[in-house]
Design a protein around this ligand. Structure first.
Ligand SMILES: [Zn+2]
Length: 314
């Protein structure tokens, strides 16, 4: 039988999604389970195995020749292990071995979820056609990944491009990662909402205190809400400018819930980029909203499986 498909797993703190994906990125078969994130490691793995069992029972399964995993991080691709912050039952968990065993010993590629999103945006989304790009997810946390010289740059452990934990405020607030003033500590959705509340923003009658609610208030002209997005935009701009100066990216793509805030985020972001990205070789840098939807993680994991097998010369 023709082997022209790859399998993909997208493992996050709330759901575990799986798919069989064609070489052009079309999702042909899907499976999904909620992540039992507070349970022990074996219970979480059972949910992964249930997703895989649905895929392997598909009549299309024999056409799959590789499997890609995009997982919440940190991951260690060199050892095939994951330690997702939001899944405490998995610490140095041997995910690659376990998935390979449940998937008929297919070759398995593991990448972090930020790198997976980047692979998807580069393949089919806003970074398509750009050989040097930074893609970011700005939501509960801030993650990212890099495309350099036309190829996904994962780094030895699969975490390269994790811009959320670059410090942009040297003596800033302590970050849960242990450093200070990280991009995530300033620009993530919960931190945008926290800062607005601390500065006197009053949520609407529905009591919604999410970053989306802050964005809605900013759109109506609320100065405190606007200021909180302005500060997030400044942190993102500093991180993006630093990245561009180090590795010469020409586009930064921003997705995730905060990325959906639209011009409330992008207008100040472009203004601050002009302040921080000043050298001649970074001045042409543009920023754009992500184009891939909720399937980005699956499509990116599939891209990693396709690229991994190609790199191995199979
Ligand atoms: Zn940090």
């Amino acid at each position: 039988m023709q082997t022209d498909l790859v399998a993909a797993l997208d493992i996050g703190g709330t759901k575990i999604a799986g798919a069989l994906v064609s070489g052009d990125g079309t999702i042909l078969v899907r499976a999904q389970r909620p992540t039992p994130a507070r349970e022990n490691g074996e219970t979480v793995m059972r949910a992964v195995e249930e997703v895989l069992a649905e895929l392997t029972s598909s009549p299309l399964w024999p056409r799959a020749y590789a499997l890609g995993i995009g997982s919440a991080g940190p991951v260690d691709a060199s050892r095939g292990t994951v330690s997702p912050v939001n899944v405490p039952g998995w610490r140095d968990y041997p995910l690659v071995d376990r998935v390979r065993a449940a998937a008929g010993n297919l070759p398995v590629e593991l990448i972090g979820d930020g790198v997976a999103i980047t692979a998807a945006e580069h393949w089919q989304g806003a970074a398509r056609g750009h050989d040097n790009a930074l893609c970011m997810v700005v939501s509960t946390g801030v993650g990212g990944g890099l495309v350099l010289g036309g190829r996904l740059h994962t780094g030895p452990t699969g975490n390269a491009g994790h811009i959320g934990h670059i410090s942009v405020d040297l003596d800033g607030d302590p970050c849960p990662c242990g450093a200070r003033g990280c991009v995530e500590r300033i620009a993530s959705g919960p931190n945008i909402a926290r800062r607005a509340l601390e500065n006197g923003w009053v949520p609407g009658p529905d009591g919604d205190t999410s970053a989306a609610a802050v964005a809605a208030a900013a759109r109506t002209g609320d100065p405190v809400a606007r200021a909180s997005f302005d500060r997030a935009a400044q942190a993102l701009a500093a991180g993006i400018a630093a990245t561009a100066t180090l590795v010469e990216i020409d586009i930064a793509v921003i997705g995730g819930g905060v990325g959906k805030a639209g011009e409330i985020l992008f207008t100040p972001l472009r203004r601050y980029l002009a302040d921080y990205a000043t050298l001649s070789f970074v001045r042409p840098l543009t920023v754009a909203p992500a184009r891939m939807g909720t399937d980005a993680g699956l499509v990116g994991a599939a891209a990693a499986a396709l690229a991994g097998v190609a790199a191995a010369g199979v």
